[in-house]
Ligand binder design. Structure first.
Ligand code: GLC
Length: 743
């Protein structure tokens, strides 16, 4: 009997230690959250799962002005678009009066800056300088957090290969490798090394998933992709954001393969949680839970709530669907397990805990920081550096640029973007102030020598058929040695709900260029636009072309820095520029097809009436100097998955200026069990080379990392066979070497 008792005692002791060790292994954070959840009513749980707009920022529509009373009852877990610290303090104060005093998140669309507005993300990506992307995100976080904001709806990481889609401006272009690096850099910039710091904010990677693949580039339109293509390309930047530790994600408006992203269990749970182990929370896009009814996916609000919560959508932005009166009956009818609600609340509370809001709900409401950290000279200097690094030199006939200021006595600056402060800011400008924007005219005026004359006229509008100022344009052009022509798009011609069926220069801008080109004066075309455009004629009529995108507050200074040679342009295109809209979607990593495109072969993959080649390829950008690539060497011609292949190449600066080059490495997998793209960017290095200097760059190819791909059965791995490696200054690189993978 004694033996039996002693065994029982031992078993009992083991159970106790086990359960103690279980609770002791739970972190303080998890214990704190468990305890809080155990006290919450269902109403308080769905309250945490509710995000309202404050209604203070005029650009963000408000659905529910009465939400203030709800906050006091614990009916809102977060507010967004609050634009004053007093308001944030007041609203947080209401939350602190609620029963459990759970602090709120304060979110905002800080997409390319808070008050100091940086170049649009597509422009920043054109710098290929990830340290700079991280730095501008960190500055944006510093300014936003100094203004009461602790959560930003950025980075937007949607890849896009169709320039008709207006939101290409907010992303990082067409390529999963470059887009993944940009996602990581921006998340690290916003979140820093510790969310508890008072100058870092929770980031939100958006819009999950594949929002940029909408059919015909029409915003909010259907996305229908093979799972293979979805995983091989479009999901990669979100995975990079997750791996970088992003605190939250925002679901996309669109459906993916028949299921709206907002209630897509396969994406929100199977991929995001089960495969990737994402432990942040997912917020819906604006009112998109309610839009499940428009999709024809839900019959009523009850079904919207049931489908979204069960799919793993944690927080409802402005659809007012996650309400007690809707969710309680669903729980009672066992259509929603309470554990689902607990999981969502847990993910939201974790971010609040990580931000330190439970220790100090007002930690982001520090008047001193607000006075000293926002719109500072050093922030503007960073913005200017980012802006000039984003500019891409597309053409420079006979080294027209940089401007030879000793010879140019009179310069004509013409165009609707020349003295324009609003449009070079673009959309999602948070608290940016357009009256603080440096125009191209102002930037040039500051840098031209005193004896240079700068004549100006608008010439035409961005988007009208008024040619009445052409005569002035001709007049000042005739008096000048050179014409600077500032053309492009309005700031709101890209961004959300800005898809276009025509991506030529709007209005009569091209007509103005054609008119001026008859004067036989050198013309520098300065483009301000938020997307690749069809510019073949304009490029032909210009002697030099600068793609300046939308550069934000310091726009004119950055443009002048490049025009005068103070900065030698180093940008490279993050998206292919088409010759014709009929080519869209167009991208460098295309498939060879069974009848590869050949203009001389009728029965090949081509158009009868337009070329297949782009106007400018992905990765393209000129410098004021020139670079010569030579001596590409690989250290082995055959390797197994256990080996590393090293490639080296020499780059010589063969021109008259010190400059920077983005040395790009592309791979082609010649045969695969699914067809493989003709090229894929796998590595790059941006380097400074002095004139006359030669540098040797070294790359490593690691098979599992660089040669793996998604197979037909959706497994990921390498396959033996032949590969070609290309290195050069854009995706058309011709310097090549072949190697074999043999395991
Ligand atoms: C918008 C956008 C999203 C933004 C949100 C809040 O509709 O799609 O990017 O963060 O609503 O403004």
């Amino acid at each position: 009997m004694i033996k039996f008792k002693s065994i029982l005692l031992i078993v009992f002791a083991v159970i106790i230690t086990q359960s103690c060790s279980d609770t002791s292994t739970k972190s303080d954070k998890e214990k704190f959250i468990d305890n809080l959840i155990s006290q919450m009513t269902l109403a308080e749980k769905v309250g945490q799962m509710t995000l309202y707009s404050s209604g203070e920022d005029p650009t963000v529509p408000v659905f529910n002005p009465k939400f203030r009373e709800e906050i006091q009852k614990g009916g809102a877990g977060a507010i967004f678009a609050s634009i004053s610290m007093d308001s944030i303090k007041y609203l947080q104060g209401l939350a602190m009066k609620s029963r459990l005093k759970i602090p709120m998140l304060f979110g905002y669309d800080v997409v390319h800056g808070y008050k100091t507005i940086f170049p649009i993300p597509l422009a920043e990506t054109a710098s290929w300088d990830m340290k700079m992307l991280e730095k501008t995100a960190a500055v944006a976080a510093d300014e936003a957090s100094a203004s009461g904001i602790n959560w930003v709806f950025a980075p937007m990481v949607d890849l896009a290969r169709d320039a008709r889609w207006g939101r290409v401006s907010e992303g990082a272009g067409e390529d999963p490798y470059l887009g993944g690096l940009a996602a990581k850099a921006r998340v690290k910039g916003f979140q820093g090394s510790n969310l508890k710091n008072n100058n870092t904010v929770a980031a939100c990677a958006k819009h999950f998933a594949a929002y940029g693949a909408s059919i015909s580039g029409k915003d909010y339109n259907t996305v229908d992709l093979s799972e293979n293509y979805l995983r091989e390309v479009y999901l990669k930047p979100y995975k990079s954001a997750k791996d970088a530790g992003v605190s939250s994600m925002m679901s996309a408006f669109n459906e993916v393969n028949g299921i709206p992203a907002t209630a897509n269990k396969k994406l929100l749970t199977d991929v995001l949680r089960d495969e990737w182990g994402f432990d942040g929370f997912v917020v819906s896009d604006f009112a998109s839970i309610g839009e499940l009814m428009n999709h024809g996916f839900a019959e009523n609000k009850e079904q919207c709530a049931e489908l979204s919560i069960n799919a793993g959508l944690d927080m409802d932005m402005e659809a007012s669907v996650y309400k007690e009166e809707i969710v309680q009956p669903l729980v009672d009818a066992k259509k929603i397990e309470i554990s689902k609600l607990n999981n969502s609340v847990r993910r939201i509370l974790r971010v609040k805990y990580d931000l330190g809001l439970f220790d100090d709900p007002y930690k982001y409401c520090n008047e001193d920081r607000a006075k000293n950290k926002v719109f500072t000279k050093s922030n503007l200097a960073i913005a200017r550096d980012m802006a000039r690094k984003s500019i891409v030199l597309l053409k420079n006939e006979n080294q027209l640029l940089p401007l030879n200021l000793s010879k140019l006595k009179t310069i004509a600056l013409i165009g609707p973007l020349a003295k324009n402060q609003a449009d070079p800011m673009g959309t999602w400008i948070a608290q940016g102030d357009t009256t603080s924007v440096v125009t191209t005219y102002q930037g040039l005026k500051k840098q031209l020598p005193k004896n240079s004359k700068l004549l100006y006229t608008k010439g035409c509008d961005i988007d009208s058929d008024d040619t009445s100022d052409f005569k002035n344009a001709i007049k000042i052009a005739k008096q000048s040695d050179l014409i600077l022509l500032a053309l492009g798009e309005k700031g709101d011609m890209s961004g959300e709900a800005a898809s276009k069926g025509n991506i030529n220069l709007p209005g009569v801008q091209t007509k103005l260029l054609e008119t001026l080109s008859k004067l036989n004066k050198p013309i520098v075309l300065i483009l301000t636009n938020g997307r690749p455009m069809t510019l073949e004629k304009e490029v032909k009529l210009s002697n030099a072309v600068l793609e300046t995108w939308i550069l934000g507050t310091t726009s004119g200074d950055a443009i002048a820095d490049v025009l005068t040679g103070k900065y030698n342009p180093s940008g490279k295109l993050p998206m292919t520029f088409p010759r014709d809209i009929g080519q869209l979607p167009i991208y460098y990593a295309f498939k060879n097809t069974g009848r590869p495109s050949n203009p001389d072969v009728r029965y090949s993959s081509r158009f009868l009436d337009i070329p297949s080649s782009p106007l400018f390829p992905f990765g393209y950008g000129l410098s004021y100097t020139t670079f010569a690539y030579s001596n590409l060497k690989i250290d082995k011609e055959t390797l197994s998955n256990k080996d590393v292949l090293t490639a080296t190449v020499n780059i010589k600066n063969t021109g008259d200026f010190d400059g920077e080059e983005v040395v790009q490495l592309y791979l082609r997998d010649l045969i695969g069990s699914v067809t493989r793209p003709v090229r894929e960017l796998k590595a790059y290095e941006k380097i400074k080379i002095k004139k006359g200097e030669t540098k040797t760059i070294r790359f490593e190819i690691i098979p599992e990392r660089d040669l793996s791909f998604v197979r037909a059965d959706l497994s990921t791995g390498t396959e033996d066979g032949d590969f070609t490696l290309f290195i050069g200054g854009n995706s058309d690189a011709q310097l090549a070497a072949n190697f074999k993978l043999k395991n």
